[in-house]
Design a binder for this molecule. Structure first.
Ligand SMILES: Nc1ncnc2c1ncn2[C@@H]1O[C@H](COP(=O)(O)OP(=O)(O)OP(=O)(O)O)[C@@H](O)[C@H]1O
Ligand SMILES: [Mg+2]
Length: 499
């Protein structure tokens, strides 16, 4: 149905994709895997008309096609759902689903808003979700935004659907539902190109798996020819160094305390303490209030009650800047919207949180800045030019840059919201090691993650949030997938409290 033939894509000195040939058949899920920076998103962009190849060509239905833009590809039913969603935050869900396509018109050629909303709702219902089509995208959780983007693609009658890390920001529950949708699309004849770092889901859903490394195709075979180990080996080109398992470095002193922290109608009261060197995991479904709690702690949202204590001192935090000054660091879930300045270099993005360390008499010392940034990024194995704009880095590399900002800063407490979302398996364990290095030096970590395996691997304790309340806490032998899942879903009545 759709094929890339001998594709090469060059950005300046970087060869993002080279000699890539991949063919998608109807009613087939074709997975594309590889390390961060392997060229997966670039390939997806070329297949969907977003980017033009430097060499090679795209075929649709056996004939060579040239796309001037994504609209040309969409006209043929080829739809990309990009890694970083491109939704208009201030528009409604229904309006977003109609962006770039004719809206239904009623009498006097007026846009029929109710028809738009009804059709939008129908598409979302196909995904098994109830999202009010009149609500604005900015009010939605990231998971729901993902579903809106998929709904939009379904509305375009996609014959080829290209999904770039669709489940990265979904919790287990929603990821399962999405995989169900992908299966249903396959049954209806759609060809799916599926980019993901979640290997178990790929092994479950993919009919064909193509592995890329350094821009090239290294192996392409039916899904059942792979198991997790062989997939990882062909991705990395070397065996995986696994995470050794958690050894605690928690000390006695309390580094962070939230006493009755509340944001009325959103979460709370939340009582939580984290000791120096301790990792407290926070589990919960999308929309349970975890990210909102983090946003309030760091002063982005206003609290309506309660008290924060950092390193033994009561503090009030009204802005992110104040949070940094009081020793609270934060790596947000939505790196592009909240964390990174895309037009600036990795160097500036890393050094901006540490200006006081690299300037003297109010002037930034370029030498100190470069050294500081190189140290931080070297520990994260960030490849590439630290002076290039962050927008030119692959998704996973952007996440490393964001984490790099906090490494050398050593805050009292660091809140990580989905730190390995979109990170490849090799790098994931590197990040685990970095998190543990931070705790060794006494940093307290609040780890918000939808990946239960990740919570189990790293946490000293896991607290579970549901409907804005902490409904469970597990450590030692009680720290199990079952217990966390049951508390998150509200399946265990002994943890009480639904709202
Ligand atoms: N617009 C651009 N300008 C310059 N370089 C780019 C651009 N887009 C991608 N690259 C480079 O091309 C390479 C491949 O990037 P790509 O985004 O395709 O990787 P990826 O496999 O999707 O990685 P990830 O898993 O991190 O999302 C990287 O080295 C990246 O820095
Ligand atoms: Mg990518």
């Amino acid at each position: 149905m759709l094929a890339l033939r001998g594709i090469r894509k060059v950005y300046g000195a970087t060869v993002a994709v080279d000699e890539l040939t991949v063919a998608l058949a109807p009613a087939q899920v074709h997975a594309l895997v590889g390390e961060n920076g392997a060229g997966k998103s670039t390939a997806a962009q070329i297949a969907s008309g977003v980017t033009r190849p430097t060499a090679g060509h795209v075929e649709f239905g056996g004939r060579e096609v040239t796309f001037g833009s994504a609209r040309d590809a969409e006209a043929l039913g080829i739809v990309l759902i990009p890694q970083e969603l491109q939704l208009y935050e201030s528009l409604s869900v229904a309006e977003n689903m109609y962006v770039g396509r004719p809206r239904p018109r009623g009498r006097g050629r007026l846009v029929a808003g109710h028809t738009m909303r009804r059709r939008a709702q129908e598409q979302l219902a196909r995904l098994g979700v109830t999202i009010d089509p009149a609500s604005r995208v900015q009010e939605l959780t990231h998971g729901n935004r993902q579903l809106v983007a998929i709904g939009r693609a379904l509305m375009l009658d996609a014959r080829v659907l290209i999904m770039d890390e669709p489940t990265a920001s979904l919790d287990e529950w929603e990821a399962q539902r999405l995989l169900g949708v992908v299966s249903a699309l396959r049954s209806s004849g759609v060809a799916v190109l599926y980019v993901s770092h979640r290997l178990p889901e790929i092994l479950r859903i993919a009919d064909v798996i193509s592995v890329m490394r350094d821009g090239r195709l290294v192996r392409s075979a039916p899904g059942h020819d792979f198991d997790e180990a062989s997939l990882v080996t062909s991705m990395l080109g070397r065996p995986l160094v696994r995470h050794a398992g958690r050894r605690t470095s928690a000390r006695d002193e309390v580094a962070f305390e939230s006493a009755g922290l509340t944001r009325t109608g959103v979460f709370g009261p939340v009582d939580l303490t984290i000791r120096r060197g301790e990792i407290v995991g926070m589990a919960g479904l999308i929309g349970s209030g975890r990210s909102e709690f983090a946003q309030t702690v760091i002063g982005r949202d206003k609290l309506t009650g309660g008290q924060l204590t950092v390193a033994g001192r009561p503090v009030s935090i009204r802005s992110v800047r104040q949070a940094v000054q009081r020793g609270v660091g934060y790596v947000p879930e939505e790196r592009q919207a909240q964390g990174l300045f895309l037009a600036l270099s990795s160097k500036s993005n890393v050094s901006m949180a540490a200006l006081d360390r690299i300037q003297s008499w109010g002037v930034v010392s370029p030498r100190r800045e470069s050294r500081y940034v190189r140290d931080a990024l070297a520990r994260l194995a960030v490849k590439g030019d630290i002076n290039a704009p962050v927008s030119t880095l692959s998704g996973g590399t952007q996440q490393k840059v964001l984490l790099g900002r906090w490494l050398a800063l050593q805050p009292s407490v660091l809140i990580l919201d989905e730190p390995t979302r979109g990170i490849d398996v090799g790098t994931r364990f590197e990040i685990y090691r970095i998190i543990e290095q931070l705790t060794d030096s006494g940093v307290a970590i609040l780890l918000i993650s939808s990946d239960i395996q990740e919570l189990l691997a790293l946490s000293d304790r896991v607290v579970v949030m549901r409907a804005g309340q902490l409904v469970g806490e597990f450590s030692g032998d009680d720290l199990t997938e079952m217990n966390i899942g049951a508390a998150a879903l509200g399946a265990d009545a002994s943890h009480g409290g639904t709202r």
